[in-house]
Design a binder for this molecule. Structure first.
Ligand code: RIB
Ligand code: CA
Length: 306
């Protein structure tokens, strides 16, 4: 079993990724850490607890940073995920509470306790991961790998012409992570823009999994409406599920090993760029994907849920 922690800003496609991880037989989910992005960190924590309770998963949630490393706080992307993060589904209080331990410290501890085995999958801005790297020089050595949903090498951006949203919201943190020497995989827009789900796919998910699939289908209506306004996709991108699937099924992705750096200012802020060869460790950048296989896996695994 692969030991996994997801760092998340739930978020509609985050919910899809977390439910996928709950359903995947080869994944042992050890916890969630939360971050701002699609919503504030406070709402992300509430939503993470709600998702775990809905999926009946008894794993901890550790609340993360409330602001980027050095950029000022920003307004979350309500037009993509709704004001409360789950589209038209109203806010609701979970029964449980987050740990008293903050996300970066939880990540440091879990990496130490599961030395060499823990895969970390950040699907929001990278602030918590950068803080863990800055606090513990052993952190990246203790991890097995970090599989990042974020960035774009050849595809252009989705929040600006240059930047993908997760990297854009804390480019300084992203640059710390890409320069950390960890074993890194970047699952960016180069591949996630090829993995699309339509209204008909979500109807089928809800038919097979009325409870959790039904919840995703309700959320997806809002997300699909946003994608219609973008105008260039037939459906919505499975950004965050793609990163979780890349953790367990790397063979479905074609990668190029390159050193990556992040533009941290000006018009290009948040752009992921090829760094000078040898200036930092290589990242396995996903540039190709068997999109049909990833989507099939996503649909088949979600069908296993209640
Ligand atoms: O650019 C896509 C990413 O931004 C996804 O993680 C989505 O949930 C948003 O956070
Ligand atoms: Ca996300």
């Amino acid at each position: 079993m692969m030991k996994l922690i997801i760092d998340t800003d739930p978020g509609i496609d985050d919910a899809m990724a977390i439910f996928y991880a709950a359903a995947a037989p080869e994944i042992s989910l050890l916890g969630l850490t939360t971050i701002f992005g699609n919503v504030t960190t406070e709402i992300a924590t509430r939503n993470a607890l709600r998702l775990l309770e809905a999926a009946d998963l008894q794993v901890p949630v550790a609340e993360g940073a409330r602001v980027p490393l050095s950029l000022p706080p920003f307004k979350p992307s309500a037009q993509v995920h709704g004001a409360q993060g789950f589209g038209d589904i109203p806010a609701a209080e979970p029964k449980g509470a987050p740990l008293a331990e903050e996300a970066a410290d939880f990540l440091i501890r879990m990496a130490r306790e599961h030395k060499g085995e823990l895969v970390l999958c950040p699907i929001g801005p990278l602030t918590n991961i950068a803080l863990a790297i800055q606090r513990d020089p052993e952190f990246v050595k203790n991890l097995k790998r970090i599989v990042i949903m974020g960035g774009s090498l050849e595809e252009g951006g989705n929040i600006t012409p240059h930047a993908e949203a997760n990297i854009y919201h804390d480019p300084d943190a992203a640059d710390v992570v890409f320069g950390s020497g960890a074993e890194l995989v970047m699952v960016g827009l180069d591949v996630t823009h090829q993995i699309l789900c339509t209204k008909a796919d979500f109807t089928a998910i809800a038919a097979q999994s009325p409870e959790l699939g039904g919840m995703l289908q309700s959320m997806s209506e809002f997300y699909l409406r946003f994608y219609e306004t973008v105008g260039k996709f037939d459906g919505c991108s499975l950004h965050d599920p793609a990163a979780v699937i890349a953790c367990s099924h790397p063979q479905l992705f074609q990668v190029k090993k390159l050193p990556i750096r992040v533009s941290c200012s000006g018009e290009t802020s948040g752009e992921t760029l090829m760094a000078e060869k040898g200036s930092r460790g290589d990242t396995s950048v996903c540039l190709g994907v068997d999109a049909k296989a990833v989507k099939t896996l996503f649909l088949e695994r979600l069908a296993l849920l209640p």
